[in-house]
Design a protein around this ligand. Structure first.
Ligand SMILES: [Zn+2]
Length: 356
């Protein structure tokens, strides 16, 4: 039973927390994880003589004010020994697809450096050859061989972007609940308690905790989520109803508004999906995970701006639930078991809170 393996994940993360360095090993392979100051620059110095490429966007270069070391990257794509992706979902996706498509036959050391910590793509094996088309699910490509959580880089990024990663961590609770309940399994209490404790600390003390500790804690929660998906050999344990509603919300925004209002990031959409889950399943309330707490956090953290609130109020909830099921028709989810009464109650409750 995969729940038994959770203890191994917890023990690994405890060690990682103490040493800022750890090697995760399972049937998929080996991933080396480093957390600390200037870990990227130290890594780049070691790469001196190797042929490597860096996937990074000009926006990220500006945001993190990175050193000119990156100009050493090689452009002969077939001869590469190593590929680094520095950035968010877009950059990690590009690198995974590149290696999967052109280097399948060759050992390429793939290093993922999340900047900002706005989602979990730096540690998953998921990517898409048509990223952005929500109706097409991502596919399994490859896990990174190395993950560098560079606190000095993350400290320079607008904190709002890192906060979006917390949306992904909050969604993890709802995904786990969904995964277990629809399969008639008991939700894993130990892991739920850890997530609740860590997420509530991150959400409620985002200004009081020193930035270094906050970033390290967030990276650990995202790693926990990814390792649970990895040992479960199924990403659905980390992409349940919260993600399905997030896709539906994004999709309907795209269809009806053509993004005349701002497009949000994946972490923001998942946070919105989690709010919807909390309104649809009030019986899942557990410590921090209640509709009231999520809305309070969203407001104080700046994740729930007026634009999001008015979209949340306007969106017909029944249509959203239906769309979420249509977008991933084969994915088992408790959303498919909802009655129209439950959806209507959620709408009333959510509007009541949002209009406060
Ligand atoms: Zn996600």
């Amino acid at each position: 039973m995969f729940f038994e393996k959770f203890d191994a994940v917890i023990a690994f993360l405890r060690k990682l927390h103490c040493n800022n360095y750890g090697i995760w090993k399972d049937t998929y392979g080996i991933t080396l994880i480093r957390i600390g100051e200037n870990v990227l620059n130290k890594h780049l110095r070691k790469l001196n003589k190797q042929k490597y490429a860096v996937v990074i966007s000009p926006t990220i270069i500006q945001k993190i004010n990175i050193s000119s070391n990156l100009s050493m990257s090689c452009n002969c794509i077939r001869d590469l020994n190593s590929i680094l992706s520095i950035g968010g979902a877009l950059e990690h996706n590009f690198a995974k697809e590149l290696i999967f498509t052109h280097h399948k036959d060759k050992e390429v050391h793939y290093v993922a450096v999340p900047v900002p910590l706005s989602n979990d793509s730096f540690c998953t094996n998921r990517s898409s050859h048509c990223l952005g088309r929500i109706e097409i699910p991502t596919r399994e490509t490859l896990y990174p061989s190395e993950i560098l959580i560079d606190i000095s880089l993350l400290k320079n990024v607008n904190q709002r972007l890192n906060l979006m990663g917390l949306g992904e961590a909050i969604g993890f609770y709802y995904s786990l609940m969904d995964y277990c309940i629809v399969r008639k399994m008991l939700p894993p209490k130990k892991i739920m308690t850890i997530i609740e404790r860590q997420v509530s600390k991150l959400a409620l003390h985002s200004k009081r905790l020193n930035k270094r500790n906050w970033l390290k804690k967030l990276s650990m929660v995202l790693l926990l989520k990814c390792l649970v998906m990895r040992i479960n050999r199924d990403n659905q344990i980390g992409a349940g109803g919260d993600h399905l509603l997030a896709y539906a919300f994004e999709h309907s925004q795209k269809i009806y508004n053509k993004y005349s209002v701002k497009k949000f990031t994946h972490g923001e959409y998942v946070f919105i999906g989690s709010i919807l889950m909390a309104s649809l399943f009030p019986e899942w309330q557990f410590g921090f995970f209640s509709l009231k707490n999520l809305l309070n956090f969203g407001r104080t953290a700046g994740l729930l701006k007026n634009q999001v609130i008015s979209l949340l109020v306007k969106q017909p909830k029944m249509a959203l639930v239906k769309l979420s099921l249509q977008l991933r028709p084969r994915r088992p989810t408790v959303l498919s078991l909802l009655s129209s009464k439950q959806i209507e109650n959620a709408r009333i409750k959510l509007n009541e809170y949002l209009k406060l």
